[in-house]
Design a protein around this ligand. Structure first.
Ligand code: FAD
Ligand code: SF4
Length: 353
């Protein structure tokens, strides 16, 4: 893989601006100088305080798993870092009503082990437990997981400026696209990799976002819709938007999250699938199925059978088969089609069993 990637990278055009800005090891060939980027560090003690501290060139810092990685690779160089981890109440899970409220700073480890979540929203706990490693889950937060940026290896390479970084080329389209999308509404085929986004979409969760002095509520599909059309977007958040909490109705009493990865643990999903619905006396309602790592958004599996709540064995087979019809595989990712079909089949079979 390393060799394939290097030979691909060696064919990329040199970016003169990037070369002038910094020099660095490029593969094992070019030695260059890297200029340290200064930045301010501020700690917010309230949501209002975080909003007041934000500027068009600031970024919020939660667990830092994604942001610090991007900064170390010079993919982003914010002028101001605003630490939001000490904002009171954003680390709480409130299960006191039928709509549960999870603060943006709740860690992924807490979601994976929280007893009420395990009992009532098992799909959410499953999705959390599959994120990275125990060390990552202990630090990474719900808000950061939803707002994390693309993991496309071309995007993450500090010396490449692909479309998503304001350049003019998507290197993945004719390059190493094994992990990329089957569906996209724009030339960037970097897929959404947040496990939590996929299950929260299936659970019809709503995201409370502070935008200036207003609180706006977005569905998970709205939170990512801009990434469908716009190659520069990772999500629909505007600069300065702060995710405050996620609300999840417990009306859907069945949920499941499954993924297929190359390794058995500590690995990203090649494809993931979440299904959730409301079951009362063998009657199904509000069944939703979403796929992850296949599109820049949580990708909804649409079917009249799901709308009718028909989860018979034949219906499940037909829903799974339908996933392939709109896919547009690249040279190296066609394997994702049968994987997605198998996951849809397994996820629906699990929620009915
Ligand atoms: C080796 C490795 C494996 C991984 N595997 C998986 C995996 O299998 N599945 C998966 O889903 N993820 C995986 N991840 C990604 C990881 O889960 C995310 O990087 C992490 O959840 C980000 O959370 P954080 O709190 O560290 O966010 P940070 O790094 O602090 O922030 C991430 C982004 O979100 C923004 N942000 C943070 N909080 C807020 C907020 N409240 N409102 C608005 N914006 C905010 C930041 O400005 C930044 O842009 C992996 C990461 C690594 C390094
Ligand atoms: S898939 Fe997107 S992030 Fe990756 S190289 Fe193409 S434009 Fe860049």
């Amino acid at each position: 893989m390393q060799d394939a990637r290097r030979s691909r990278l060696e064919k990329q055009p040199t970016d003169p601006a990037a070369t002038a800005r910094k020099t660095c090891y490029f593969g094992d060939r070019t030695l260059a100088k890297i200029a340290m980027q200064n930045f301010e560090y501020a700690t917010a003690r309230s949501v209002d305080g975080a909003i007041q501290l934000s500027t068009s060139e600031s970024r919020y810092l939660a667990g830092g798993i994604d942001l610090v990685g991007e900064m170390k690779e010079y993919i982003t160089s914010p002028k101001r870092i605003i630490d939001v981890k000490l904002i009171p109440d954003l680390d709480r899970i409130d299960t006191s009503t039928g709509t549960w409220k999870l603060g943006a700073n709740v860690t992924i480890a807490e979601i994976a082990k929280n007893e009420p979540i395990l009992a009532t929203l098992p799909g959410l706990a499953e999705a959390a437990s599959e994120v990275g490693s125990p060390q990552i889950r202990n630090v990474a937060t719900l808000g950061g997981n939803l707002a994390q940026h693309s993991r496309c290896w071309y995007y993450r390479h500090r010396d490449l400026r692909c479309l998503k970084r304001g350049g003019s080329t998507c290197y993945a389209r004719d390059g190493e696209n094994k992990y990329h999308s089957l569906f996209s509404g724009n030339p960037c085929i970097s897929p959404l990799v947040s496990n939590l986004a996929v299950i929260l979409a299936a659970l019809d969760a709503k995201v409370g976002v502070r935008r200036g002095d207003k609180e706006v509520t977005l569905t998970i599909e709205e939170l990512f819709s801009d990434a469908w059309n716009n190659p520069l977007a990772h999500n629909s958040l505007l600069p300065g938007d702060l995710i405050a909490h996620v609300e999840i109705s417990t009306r859907k009493n069945r949920s499941v999250y499954l993924q297929v990865s190359e390794k058995g643990a500590f690995d990203w999903a090649l494809v993931s699938c979440a299904a959730a619905g409301r079951n009362t006396q063998d009657h199904w309602a509000d069944v939703s199925v979403f796929l992850g790592a296949l599109a820049p958004i949580p990708f909804r599996v649409e079917s009249p059978l799901l709308e009718r709540g028909d989860l018979s064995r034949e219906a499940i087979e037909s829903i799974a088969e339908s996933v392939a019809s709109k896919a547009t595989p690249m040279a190296h990712n066609a394997y994702k089609v049968p994987v997605a079909q198998a996951l849809v089949r397994r996820a629906l079979t699990r929620i009915v069993s």
